[in-house]
Design a protein. Sequence first.
Length: 482
Amino acid sequence: MTALSNEKLFWLTVGLLRYPRVLSQSIGKITYDLLTPAENHIKIIFLISNQWYEQSRTTIKQPFFQTQLLELKAGGHISDVEFDMIQHITTFAFSDNVDPDSEDETHAILKILEEFLYERRIRPAIQNLSTSSDLSTGLSDLKDAYRGASISKVKIYDPFETEDPLVGGPKRQSWGVDFIDRITQGGSIPGETTLVLAPSGGGKTLLNVQMAASAALNGEDVIMLSYEQNVFPAVYNRIYAFATGLPISTFMGKNLNELNENTVNKYKKARQKLQGKLHVIDMLDYAEHHGGIGGPADIAAIVEDVRRDGKDPRYIGVDWFGPMVNNYMAASGGRDNNKAQIMISLSDELRKVGGELGVNIWLYHQLGTQAVTARSLKVPEPTDAFECRSLHHYMDTVITVSNREREHNVAICGVPKLRNGDPTGKHLIKMEGPKSRFVMADGFVLTHDCSGVMPCDGIMGVGGDNIDTAQLSDMFARLNMD
């Protein structure tokens, strides 16, 4: 028989003792005739370990192994030399040097098992085929040898393997934005990526500011990436409006001398909570001075830069995806010109970046022309993304926002995709533009033909203090929007 190195045989034997996947793959494939007389200690270890596994479906515990080993020695089935070799192997196998749960170690030993079976099963069958007088029998033996040496490195899970359910995993974390936390059933799971689709002028930047500032007010570090609007003054003014609760007109086009004392005091109060929490980056400026193209790799680098400063951002707002793609294509020098394909590729890479770094990337994008020109309060579909109808496939959560009804500034917000949760249907939200925020439009319901909204007060006598307007609004929305 062809000899494997002693080191590989040692690790294979350790695998037969401690690594469940190695042992399960060995049963029915390693037979005692494959082992030489000098490898009798491996036969004994495999025999004891195999018998235990057949009964319990787990690898053997050290005390039970020692009991079985001593019984075999007392019966004269094991020589002193073999006993010493087995003790040497088991001492190492049950030490802290071995981690049976390690995927890397398991795969390494499975590779040794595969090599062992090739040398002991397949190679002899190939040699026999070359000298066999009966070709069909030789081929049949070779096929059986390959079948008997097949190793699956894929870990197969059984959800009902344990007596009690294996529950756990990360929980949703609130953003502090009431309507977002309600429609997403509690916020976002770290590492998930969210796509927000809204019309042009429909509140993409406004929601980005609201999400970032709300998380920052809760003590979190956040990153805002602006691919289109100037950080100063456009984004600054929206942040100031949200943080102070004052209309955005309070800050737009003003100099410091034009701000009254109340405004300055509110700014200083907000500053105490928000200074050092909001990291706003002009991506055009970033590309010009850092040589990047604003793609997923650059975003990952920005996150790492912020982390090196001792910050731990969870929210990464990309405002908005269209200019990001355009900048990427321009920087690529025309090498890539299939825009839809580039959008799909970038969104998939962003999702991977979010998962690898454990951050929540919120990708703001525009609705297509057809969705924008539809009747006012028709909730957009995830396929209505501008220039790429399959963009939603690569997102964990998709939020869509319709055109707003003019009289009350109310829109329909849908959640057609919510990974690790149940899509929550559609809701009415109201834009409070002067204060740079969205709120749930709990006091409104859709009209019967979905052409507009009306206040809950006065609907069939509704309006008493005991009426839950939030519940009523959701009920009407679900009835009228399907």
